[in-house]
Design a protein. Sequence first.
Length: 234
Amino acid sequence: MRRVFRICGSIARDRFRRCGSCGRTSRADGQPRSGGWEDGAAMSASTEGRPGKYERSAGGLVMALVVTVVAVGGLIWLLGLFRPDTDNRPEELADYLAIVEEAQDAKLDPIYPESLPQGWITTKFEVEPGTDPALETGLFTDEEKFVGIQQEAAEPSDLVRRLVDEDATATDIFTAEGSVAEAWQGYEDDGGDSAYVAEVGDQSVLVYGSASAEELQGLIERLTTAPVAGPVVK
């Protein structure tokens, strides 16, 4: 049978009575309640050292993040296996010949390749204005090697030091019959670049880059000053 006690006129389901003078609660049989409101400290102390629910949740969150990162990384790697190689070559200068023709119309004598080896592209053709304009052509080979053609009123050795290497070493002379110049002095540097330079009228022409010496020689044989009259790729 349930025993019912009254505390301050209320029905209580516990056997405790509050003292009106001190505010303490005691059991109905006169025994002080063990702990009273001071039990809070004991209860707090009893929970020290035990991992709380929040800490366990944080640890689980970290583990979930690690698993997610690994999964995403694996997915990216897997997708990369089926992704075609990105073309890192610079953008082709599609209207290259038209620009050369404009330079010719402006009474300049640009030296340019009348055709390019298969797979090569032209990426730049610039004219530096002045009393003696300088012309610069940038090319890219099918093996992603850079080749430049510099034409300006300067000493051949100055062009080599400025655009190739100050310590470039002279190599053999390349003979190109039918080109804009017949004798081309070869150079190379410690970095593996090659170059050929020749005098054409009162200007010097430097063909240089990271392509092989043989590729540069093949390009030299295509150089011309003739009026533009055909496609750049042959």
